[in-house]
Design a protein around this ligand. Structure first.
Ligand code: CU
Length: 156
């Protein structure tokens, strides 16, 4: 019997497929299950997603959004601190691999969001690659208590 987490993950994959501009194009990266934690204006919002690369080697150059000053990468595998001013980008995306931003691991931070991010709404994120076309996705804003269930993880 499939776990609730697995069921949720498959639902998220379907949603991400609708939101991605390049879904189904095997030569392009695509994004699965993007969520952002509900956050009050002025604070940093954590974001989680999985980027899969079925094409050749590429580089994730940046993630941007109109809802925050900038988007950075944080976590145990990122050689930076918030104080260093570095963004954590660019990130290598080798052919056939995936990049997982997950709770407890590396994640993205939407720095000082301009207005409240309210659970139930969506935030547009633009992923910029060295080779592939930009991908624009709509990440679901999720209450903090629901993030572990909704975010992509190693088990989903
Ligand atoms: Cu963070």
């Amino acid at each position: 019997m499939r776990s609730r987490r697995a069921w949720l993950a498959s639902g998220l994959i379907a949603l991400a497929g609708c939101a991605s501009t390049v879904a189904g194009d095997a030569s392009q990266p695509f994004v699965v299950g993007a969520v952002v934690g509900a956050t009050a204006a002025g604070f940093h919002a954590a974001g989680y997603l999985r980027v899969e690369q079925q094409g050749g080697d590429d580089v994730l150059v940046a993630i941007t959004t109109e809802r925050a000053i900038r988007v950075t990468v944080m976590g145990p595998n990122v050689a930076m601190t918030e104080a260093s001013g570095a963004s954590g980008f660019p990130i290598q995306l080798p052919a056939g691999e995936q990049m997982l931003f997950t709770p407890g691991g590396d994640h993205i931070m939407l720095e000082r969001v301009a207005t409240d991010l309210v659970a139930g709404e969506q935030v547009e994120l633009r992923l910029e690659f060295e080779r592939a076309d930009d991908i624009v996705i709509s990440a679901d804003v999720v209450a903090p208590a629901d993030l572990l269930d909704r975010a992509p993880g190693a088990g989903s």
